[in-house]
Design a protein around this ligand. Sequence first.
Ligand code: SF4
Length: 314
Amino acid sequence: MKIVAKTENNDIATVYVARTQQGKLIEFVESVQPPIPRSEKWVLIISTLFGCPVKCKFCDSGGFYKGKLSKEEIFEQIDYMVAHHFPDRKVSIPKFKIQFARMGEPVLNPAVLDVLTEFDQRFDAPGFLPSVSTIAPVGCDSFLDRLLDIKNEKYLSNFQMQFSIHTTNEKHRDWLIPVRKWSFDQIADYGRRFKTSEDKKITLNFALADDNEIDTNILLRHFDPEIFLIKITPVNPTFQAEKNNLGSKIIDQDRLEITEKIRKAGYGVIVSIGELEENQIGSNCGQHLMNYLNQNQKPQGAYSYSLEKCEECQ
Ligand code: SF4
């Protein structure tokens, strides 16, 4: 793997664009969350597919799809970033989170499970916190069953599971995420099997565009607040979001009203807005690769840090 470009603001995040040995482009990110220093929390966001076949309406990963990364190609991303800061592969950070979430729906690639299984043979990282986020495409049953076993064996109490559903309106969910998916009841059933008393609650993620509803009655009909919590994120300024007119609903007043309603319904709520600068660096969901391929055309409010095509990092 060769790094072909990167953006950088060491205080927040670095996005890397790399060419694999197969000659395909991927990207991955390392970030910190100010004011928490890297020595306490470090987050890596890695790719699992070359593009994504799901084509969610707000995500630039779906612009193309060229197959799955191998286990080694997934490990290479982690290894590159770890080796930069910890050449001995000993990551002595209490919260070392890796999100399998940059480019690609992770449950479409069984190599993700192999990485989770072998991680402790490659790195000495007692604070490792894996985070898997899925839209739950139909056919993901055997992946998610195996994931549950791996979690129970290796990551009990230290695993973040997320289902990205984005709206409680099923019709609108089908438009936003245009593949066949598990129903809310199937997700709820899996949640009951997944969460033991030691596990973290499972996250239901809503990237809250202007038309995305969160109806607490529908939530309560399906999802037990003892098992699930609600995370609200903005729709990031990606090429796809711009093309599909998906503006973000997260402005102060709306945020207060929605979060208050959800809390009253009994759910824990996380509002994850991130730094405005993250949009400019391109470290949020959305793909700097598209910026790279589109030669620095950019959606409004995004990707304003230029990609350095750097010799020294190749
Ligand atoms: S949001 Fe996830 S599932 Fe949807 S297109 Fe992007 S990478 Fe694929």
